[in-house]
Each structure stands twice: as C-alpha cells, then as structure tokens.
Design a protein around this ligand. Sequence first.
Ligand SMILES: [Zn+2]
Length: 303
Amino acid sequence: MRERDTQQRFLIESCDVRGHLVQLDDTWRDAIARTQYPPAVRQILGEAFAAATLLASTIKFDGKMTLQVRGKGPIHLLVVQVTNQGSVRGLARWTSEPDGAGLLDAFGQEARMIITIEAREYAEPYQGIVPLEGDCLAEALQAYFRTSEQLPTQLYLAVSDSCAAGVLVQKLPEQERTYHDADGWQRATLLCNTLSDKELCVDDSQTLLHRIFHEERVRLFDAEQVCFHCSCSRERTDGMLIGLGRAEIESILIDQGNVEITCEFCDSLYTYDSVDVAALFKGLATQDTATGDNQKPLPVTRH
Ligand SMILES: [Zn+2]
C-alpha cells in the first residue's frame, strides 16, 4: 500500500527535468465531505487541489499560495489555498452543473485565473492574473507558466472519489542541466502523457515513476505529508466582527437573536449571542470600527 497524502519531488536526471508528484487522499475526502458537489464541479475542484499543491511545491516561500478561478459561468468561483506547511483547503461555488466538459463551459468566456502568494519574505503579496484558457485546468496552468515566462512546465491531473493526484514536470534552468540532451524535455513529457488517471490515483510513487521512466535516470526525494487544514478560528472571526463594527453587529443581533458565521472552507460554525458581542466590543466603545491588525477576514457566509 502506498503512503497516503504525500507530495514528493523527483529528478529525471537524464532529461534535465524536475518533477513533483502529489497524491491527496484524506485531504481530498475531507475537502468534499461537507458539500454535495455535482460531479463536474467536484472533478474540477479535485484538479485544482492537486494543481495548487503542485504549484506551491515548485516555489520556496514561507506563507500561503492561493489559486483562484473567477468567472460568470455555471461555476463562478474556485479557490484552493496551500500553505508551505503542507495544509490545503479549498472550495467551489456554482449555480448549475456545467453543460460541456470544457473549462470555459464551466467558468464562462471572460474567466480569470488568479495566483496569489502571501509570504513572509515578500514585502507585498505577489499576484498574477491571466485570462483562463485551454480545455482543462492543467492546460490553463501551462498557459500561465508560458505567459509568465517561466520554465516550460507540464501538468497531469487526475481525480477519483477517494483521491486527487497530479504530476508536474518542469525543464531545469540552464545552469542546472547536466546531460544537455536536446530531446530530454520532449521525451519526459511524452512519457508523462502515458500516465493514466488510475495509476496517478492508486500507484505508489516508486511504482508509478518506475513504470514511466524506467529507461531514464531518476532520483526520488523523500515524501512530505499534506493534509486538509482550515486556518479559521474564533479569534479570526472575532477580528472580522470587530471590523464590521458594533452598530452592524447589534443590528444583526436584534434581527436574528444571534450572530452566526460559517466558514465556507470547513463549515465550522461560530455563534455569538448578546453576551459574546458585548464582550467583543468591551473596551472598544469609543471606536465604531477597530481593525487593529490588518488581518483580512475569511470569506464567510452570514446566516
Ligand atoms: Zn474553516
């Protein structure tokens, strides 16, 4: 049996190509446990979970990376967030199940893909926004790598009920190439094209990479764990309510008796009654809005 919920780096040395493999098991099950996603939406969310984890594994950063697709199609929002600690969370929002299988059928013609990195080492968050293009999310990301003038990159994504998995291969930068085989990149991507969804979701990394690259020189690094984890908390919700201001919160209390905030990523429910609200604003009486820290509120629904 293969290890569950891992990401792993490898090198196809004879092709001067580096690779990342990710297989999400419990992470993926946890991500879809609380929402009844229609099959087409679940498929694309699974691809996004694998793709975002792969993308994050190619970048050295201390913080979080968010992959978003926003559009006006049947699916209007897809968001997956990965931290450098290996935790992932994400969701999709849709109004109807997409008719066609294409990416633009799902998100509409004007859709955008947004990649954000908020990291301790960056003075400002990095944000890249590109029009969504291609037939599938893997193609859209390949286009993103092309337009952002990065190294040639290919992705292979697979989703099943119990696993979201993927492989990313990337041409090594010139100074790291040792074999200088002119066909190396092409050979590596052709071999990856033979990967089946089932293999990606079921096989352990060694079996999988041996099957496709047995004629190449491959180095496999230690696997790292990935898990589903949501960073929401009572404290963050407190901060968001304080940010909304006392008047707003009290009017909700009058209307509804309680203030209830549900985290869209993990469905955690945070409830505040009048005593909680009074405690929250204690000492803040003179300020209507107090946003002491610059913490951005989580996307939440208010009941
Ligand atoms: Zn949460």
